[in-house]
Design a protein around this ligand. Sequence first.
Ligand code: LMR
Length: 333
Amino acid sequence: MKRRSLISAGAAAAALGAAGVRAQQQIVVKFSHVVAEHTPKGKASLKFKELAEERTKGRVKIEVYPNSSLFKDGEEMDALQLGSVQLLAPSLAKFGPLGVREFEVFDLPYVFDNYDELHKVTAGPVGANLFKKLESKGVQGLAYWDNGLKVMSANKSIKVPSDYKGLKMRIQSSKVLGDQMKALGAIPQVMAFSEVYQALQTGVVDGTENTPSNLYTQKMHEVQKFVALTDHGYIGYAVIANKKFWDGLPGDVRKQLEEAMRDATKFGNDIAAKENADALDAVKKSGKSQILTLTADEKAQLKKALSVVHKENESRIGKETIEAVYKATGHKV
Ligand code: LMR
């Protein structure tokens, strides 16, 4: 072959080769979640994207869709099982509809006093067993991501149980959270996260519970006159993948993604407490909501009224799971 044709044949082969490699090897991973980008979950998912793309040298492209822009609550689990999305990070309170009710152990009132107690559960046998239960649903558990302890909000002062009587309170799709609101005399309303701000604004519901970070980034404090620092429960996440997709990844790519996930998890869990503290400060500074700090006696009244929820949900969650959580944290309610 003449030198000129050799060069062009070589160039064509190289171009074809590169295109072929790209076509074969670029794996697009859609990662959908429902919260804002400037939250612990929003930031951790972007960190995962950065690390995953860097470490796979572009073989993997992670497309992060925040704020329910791809799928919202009530849609995303089906989409994951069908393979329309590959990664999600739903709140632990949203696994009941998937048929894994044991996750609702995380919703029990006052079950965790702090992040250390929570981590003893997520990093221990309970966390591992819960992930095992997902497999038969075609779902692979990858990591637990932190958010924080919850506040309550409404347009009236809410400190002791009697203050909640008759209030319509938005909750996530968890039976335990429903029972929690009923134990306070409130009326629980399950609603997708993307609809909460408008429901509060228009009075479809009177109040809600969430972490300061979610409350602030969704501007809920602008349509709620009172925010009570109850710390009565926890919101955090399980990062999950479509199992078939995850198992089908080339081994080296899966390993790189697992490492990226491990480091993104550490990053997100390290910033969660500060993100919530900063959000609470921002709510205070906004002057839109009055922050209610509870006395020890008011908190004790709430704890007492809510303690029934543990027993009520023993058969739903499983006594063994509840006992294992008590053992890990070192206390009951
Ligand atoms: C909610 O639905 O209230 C939150 O758990 C949303 C989220 O993902 O933090």
